[in-house]
Design a protein. Structure first.
Length: 345
């Protein structure tokens, strides 16, 4: 009888728009209590913390670190509300978190990745019946500003080489004629260089987030081959190809990216700022940077009439971690790379 009375009071309160979540939960709790069961609630904090800890079984360490970082930021933003029931989480909470992340100068890509990360555990909660809808799905992602990275001309690359020391010359040549990213080049060791096959073999750092690492093999352009043949390579396979630069970090005012921008300035090359920092936070995005050398590599291949499929292979073809190109395939790729103009002569 008491349950019926509670339901009647709740219905009356709902009709007058005075029904609160606490009252509704009490009614449900009383109904379950009459059957010998209880209403189980889980806080926002407990649910997310448990979700992150359970991901360690099936996800790569880098992915878990990213999940943990995002969840930590979100719970810190919620403060005391993080101890409220999971079902109390609203799209407005997610939206305000998104706005705060953006206000701190983070790029739309970073902010959107945080929202996408929150959608994953909340989708699981919905499938488990813990919530009726996923509040993060109702929050729009930030629009991505168009960012066009330009390519270097041959004259600009020659100017960069003239302004560089020997290690930077090698870094620039590897990017322009093999398409490697800055971080991958800095990590190259003697073991990655196969002068017999005249190739570079490496596993992209970008794949650290993936459970499956891949090995890429890129033929050496004649300019790049001449560079390595002229260098006194160490006997130890683990020795870095660029000993001094391998010790530097990528970002920061003293990192490799900043050093390359100074080399550009020394070479008379001006980069336009496409995206500036927000209140001193976040990072700048330039139309010309070290990564533009990778774009230059692909663009030069296209200009030489190299088929798109071959360009994709050279820029990041996925192979089995223990497999290498057959001699025939390698020679086809080598011929395409050799079509690129020489810079060093």
């Amino acid at each position: 009888m008491s349950v019926c009375l509670e339901m009647a009071r709740a219905a009356k309160a709902a009709r007058s728009s005075h029904l609160t979540e606490i009252q509704a939960r009490k009614v449900l709790s009383d109904i379950l209590a009459s059957t010998g069961d209880t209403l189980h609630t889980q806080s926002i904090r407990d649910y997310f913390v448990h979700w992150v800890s359970s991901r360690g079984i099936s996800k790569a360490p880098g992915t878990i670190q990213r999940y943990s970082h995002t969840i930590g930021l979100f719970l810190a933003y919620l403060e005391k509300k993080a101890d409220r029931p999971l079902s109390s989480l609203t799209p407005r909470d997610i939206e305000l978190f998104r706005n705060e992340e953006s206000g701190e100068g983070k790029s739309p890509t970073t902010v959107n990745l945080s929202i996408k990360t929150l959608r994953i555990p909340l989708n699981l909660a919905r499938r488990q019946g813990l919530i009726l809808t996923n509040p993060a799905e109702a929050v729009e992602l930030q629009p991505m500003a168009p960012k066009t990275r330009d390519v270097f001309t041959m004259e600009q690359i020659q100017a960069l080489l003239a302004a560089s020391d020997m290690e930077w010359r090698g870094m620039i040549l590897v990017a322009a004629f093999a398409g490697l990213r800055l971080g991958d080049i800095a990590k190259l060791t003697v073991a990655n260089l196969d002068l017999e096959r005249r190739t570079l073999r490496f596993s992209p750092q970008k794949d650290k987030r993936s459970s499956q690492r891949r090995e890429l093999e890129v033929p050496l352009h004649p300019d790049l081959e001449r560079y390595f043949l002229d260098q006194p390579l160490a006997d130890e396979p683990s020795a870095p190809l660029f000993p001094t630069l391998s010790l530097r970090k990528i970002g920061g005012s003293t990192g490799l990216s900043a050093k390359f921008r100074r080399l550009m300035k020394k070479s008379g090359i001006t980069a336009a700022t496409l995206t500036a920092k927000n209140n001193g936070k976040g990072r700048c995005f330039y139309n010309l940077s070290f990564h533009s050398l990778r774009h230059t590599f692909v663009s030069m291949l296209a200009n030489q009439g190299v088929h798109q499929e071959v360009r994709m292979k050279l820029a990041g073809h996925t192979t089995d971690v223990h497999a290498r190109y057959s001699h025939h395939d390698l020679e086809v790729l080598r011929k395409n790379v050799a079509t690129l103009p020489t810079i060093t002569g």
